[in-house]
Design a protein around this ligand. Structure first.
Ligand SMILES: [Zn+2]
Ligand SMILES: [Zn+2]
Length: 364
């Protein structure tokens, strides 16, 4: 049941470390389960192969003993602890010996590579980033046309006000972490039939920072974070439509020692029975009497700017369109038009006299 890891990655036995890495990147991109057409089983295989071939020591052992030496399925579990080289916590991808993967926490390919190429210890993962938040905001038709300032209330994690997000009680000094001796990581030693394997894991006592406050913040107990109810005033630009999303940088959840996430506001425009939107134009329909259509006259039309008098020329046909310039949607400082469709109402239930008159009209 030996697996050919070289075949899995589509490379030759004499491939260089660079070629191994490149082959893995290409294949992992192609089969990543979060992508359309991704293949989780294949992706795991590729990863398993790379966990071994991407590491000089493991590759040597593999060349000597084959993949059986790396199977995490039976016998003593001595798969590679995926946490090596990802100090700082927050990783969720490669926890279980390179075979059992949990994709739930892998946000995107960037994250994935951040994990997979984090071998060798050190702070390779970059600063942490807070979670993004999403909320909905409903606008009236007029608000979507002209833009509006709106207050929204968020329940979000923010930096602790008492300690400024540091986690230390103000006024206290930092001291070297006793658990890891200031290194920020701990070395885990595992004895296996192939010898001793050392892995580096982020120190949990100091979050991989190497130092801890002499006294933890009394408000957040050292987490540097607190839940807050926050009211934000959002400036919605003019011309937005249902389904548009606004992104506010840094208004998502805070995280200790990193950048806050973003806030996504999904907009919904409440329908207005009087108006319809078509790009930068607004459409509406008005009904006029048969006689007004025939003889001409004026009619009041509702627009987003209030009532406007529209001149109906004599002999207007049903379904004729009239354009009210500059009464449409404001897009990038410019107003579209309001287009009125006229519907001529043919009279019903005519009196005897009215019928007679129409018959006379018809004879001419
Ligand atoms: Zn520590
Ligand atoms: Zn605090």
């Amino acid at each position: 049941m030996s697996k050919d890891y070289y075949k899995t990655l589509g490379i030759e036995k004499k491939a260089s470390a660079e070629e191994v890495k490149k082959a893995f990147r290409v294949l992992a991109h192609k089969h990543h389960p979060d992508k359309a057409g991704g293949d989780e089983a294949k992706f795991k295989e590729i990863n398993e192969a790379y966990q071994v071939l991407g590491d000089v020591e493991k590759r040597q052992k593999y060349d000597q003993f084959g993949s059986a030496a790396f199977s995490a399925g039976g016998g003593p579990a001595y798969g590679w602890d995926g946490s090596q080289g990802f100090p700082g916590g927050g990783f969720g991808g490669f926890q279980q010996g390179g075979v059992n993967f949990d994709f739930g926490d892998i946000g995107d390919l960037g994250d994935m590579f951040g994990n997979a190429f984090g071998f060798g210890g050190g702070r390779s993962r970059g600063p942490a980033r807070g979670r993004d938040l999403q909320t909905d905001l409903t606008l009236t038709f007029e608000e979507s046309v002209f833009g509006v300032s709106k207050d929204i209330v968020l329940n979000r994690t923010e930096a602790c006000e008492h300690c400024g997000g540091v986690g230390a009680e103000p006024g206290t000094k930092m001291k070297s972490c006793e658990v890891c001796g200031g290194a920020g990581y701990q070395t885990r030693v595992q004895r296996t039939i192939l010898g001793v394997i050392q892995t580096k894991v982020a120190c949990q006592a100091c979050d991989g920072e190497g130092e801890v406050p002499e006294k933890r913040c009394s408000v957040c107990n050292g987490s540097g974070l607190q839940k807050n109810k926050k009211t934000l005033t959002v400036d919605v630009p003019s011309g937005v439509e249902s389904g548009n999303t606004l992104r506010l940088h840094g208004q998502g959840e805070a995280v200790k020692g990193g950048q806050s996430g973003d806030l996504y506001i999904r907009l919904r425009v409440h329908p207005d029975s009087r108006f319809e939107r078509l790009g930068e134009n607004i459409l509406s329909v008005i009904s006029i009497s048969f006689s007004k259509a025939a003889l001409g006259g004026t009619v009041d039309v509702e627009t987003v700017d209030g009532k406007v008098e529209l001149k109906i020329p004599p002999g207007t046909q049903s379904a004729s369109e009239f354009r009210l310039r500059g009464k449409g949607v404001q897009v990038r400082g410019r107003r579209g038009d309001h287009i009125v469709t006229v519907k001529v109402v043919t009279p019903k239930n005519l009196s005897k006299k009215q019928k007679q008159m129409l018959e006379e009209l018809d004879l001419e």
